[in-house]
Design a protein around this ligand. Sequence first.
Ligand code: 7PM
Length: 265
Amino acid sequence: MIPKIMGILNVTPDSFSDGGRHRSPTDAIDAGLRMVEAGAAIIDVGGESTRPGARAVPVDEELRRVIPVVEGLARRGVCVSIDTRKARVMAEALAAGAMMLNDVSALTHDPDSLGVAAASDVPVVLMHMRGTPETMQEAPAYADVVAEVRAFLDARVAACVAAGIAEARLIRDPGIGFGKTLDHNLALLCNLPALGTPLLIGASRKALIGRLTGADVHSRLPGSLALALHAARHGAAWVRVHDVAETAQALAVWAACNPDLPPPG
Ligand code: 7PM
């Protein structure tokens, strides 16, 4: 399958790789519209930095950042995903027109989030993370990272189904970089089919590319494209990326070399 592109739209003042470029909602909305023109199927709006060591953002601040952007994009017909761990942000983003929930805690962080997701009818990304953003990169350890991530995702899918969310709405994500060493990330990337489907892979500009190549965060486009094509080759339904136009071009050329793939749908 040709994965669909989720474009990353951070509306945080401290985002690690696109450093707070979107100071006003208008700027952020324009950036989202450009990503759609470049080939994104959905725009992932996030107002809480989840980078390693990041501090929690109060809910009112997160709402102030994201809701005008979700609303502005949705009003212009853009499909929007809300990247949050907070039930209230999910609920208000859905009311503002969001069409997908993306929770790096897989609906575990906020006890109300499962209910908000169940009361909606949108797809939900369930991501694996070991620990919390504050502490996750402090010596993460696994006996078998692939089996443990698979078991976590299976358990979260089961919890969501038990809460009334249709399994067809659930998207699995191994959480590249979230409480994982380079070797853990590579083990997951080399075993994507073992994680279940459908899969979303977010590896754009992440530290593993730097660890493999020495590239700093502003020079990781080639590695990001390699990982997007790798994810595509191994069945990812979605890739979550910063560089939408470049990823769309890479996927289009790759797809042309793979004529037996089902057409995008
Ligand atoms: C440092 C590490 C800074 C990671 C920023 C990030 C994912 C996500 C993020 C992902 C899903 C980034 C990330 N990564 N949501 N949110 N999957 N579902 O690159 O891999 O934006 S934050």
